[in-house]
Write a protein that binds this ligand. Sequence first.
Ligand code: BJ8
Length: 425
Amino acid sequence: MSNDYVAMWKELGLNLEAHDALLSVLGNGYKDIYMSQKNRPEGMGYFDFVMSEVHGLRIKELMDERAQGRKIIGSYCVFVPEEIVLAANATLVGLCSGADFAIEEVEKYLPRNTCALIKSSFGFKLGKVCPYLESADMVVGENTCDGKKKGYESLGNLIDNLYVMDLPQMKSEQGRALLRGEYERFRSAVEKLTGVAITAESLSKAIKIVNAKRSAIHRMSELRKAVPAPISGLDALLANQVFFYDNPARFTESVNKICDELETRIKEKRGVVPENRPRVLISGCPMAVPNWKLPWIIETSGAVIVGEESCVGERGTRNLTDESAQSVDKMMDAITDRYFQVDCAIFTPNQARLSHIDEMAREYKADGVIHYGLQFCQPYIMESIPVERALEEKNIPALRIETDYGMEDAGQLKTRVEAFIEQLR
Ligand code: BJ8
């Protein structure tokens, strides 16, 4: 990344030395994991460029937007509706939390047995290394799992513009009403921040923009059902990760371009790997940039990943918002209905997720499912047992993995994953 950005990073208050260290780990990891892949679609060049400029050009764009009076809102969860943010003339960016940073400092605020994702969000703040976080005019936390819920109480002391959204835990009528109310409260907060009143016209336009972005990902997912698989799981995961911080229209266009290429590959029966590679579905906790450890282990152990049942994947993108509503009120209803279907493990009961994993395994022609749980993540680790049982009942092989962001267990994980893939052959 060019040194031209140093002044911008300084202005954002980043710790330049620590930030350099992070960028170098990120750059090397990307090179080793992504650039060593063979037979990638040419269109992935766009995502390589995005990653090479992840703290550069994109941040510059956000700073330019801010200079023109547009607000930036950061979020940690797929329950924060981008539609509302866009309609108020603001930009939503995902705050990744996919790498360990400043762990010693973090453990002054959080117990050791906190999941890596939460620790990472603190580490990026305490280490002053995330330009997305530092450029956000509002950071939205949400009451999902207990770790996040209690974590935001402490994070609120470190971030002065933290807004906390409450979320239901049950898919009941009351649960929906709670979500609807919270989205209304969020709309007012965003309007207050931006000074822009959301209209039926602006909200309708925003719904269409976000739907287009999701539709492009749906198209890519549909193409991944082909045998042989036309794209690696690592590349598809990258598209799902970039989904959270790229310019929406440019992202949609880039994914659609890759899809055109994948269609040609499918017509020519040209896979990214040979047809007999075992196909794996990943299910579980979200994998934020640069958390590529498990997919990398899986795909370098002789399998191809064909889908992600994850918030950085199909759980996050799967449903569209109904576009037929005419008033802001009805659109807010449609937005609530769309998000209320997200089957995060914080919900109880959560049978819909179990059914969806089974459905995905069949649709994507997966030979097996690897359930990925972050250590100390109660909701997903607890659910991994019923998930495994439900899959076994359907004779779908499953492997439960519990890990963190460290590389210490990589060898051990590889041995387990290889044995599982062998079983799928
Ligand atoms: S909608 S999955 S993005 S909350 S891994 S922090 S659950 S202890 S991330 Fe999530 Fe929204 Fe749900 Fe999706 Fe807690 Fe588990 Fe850590 Fe997690």
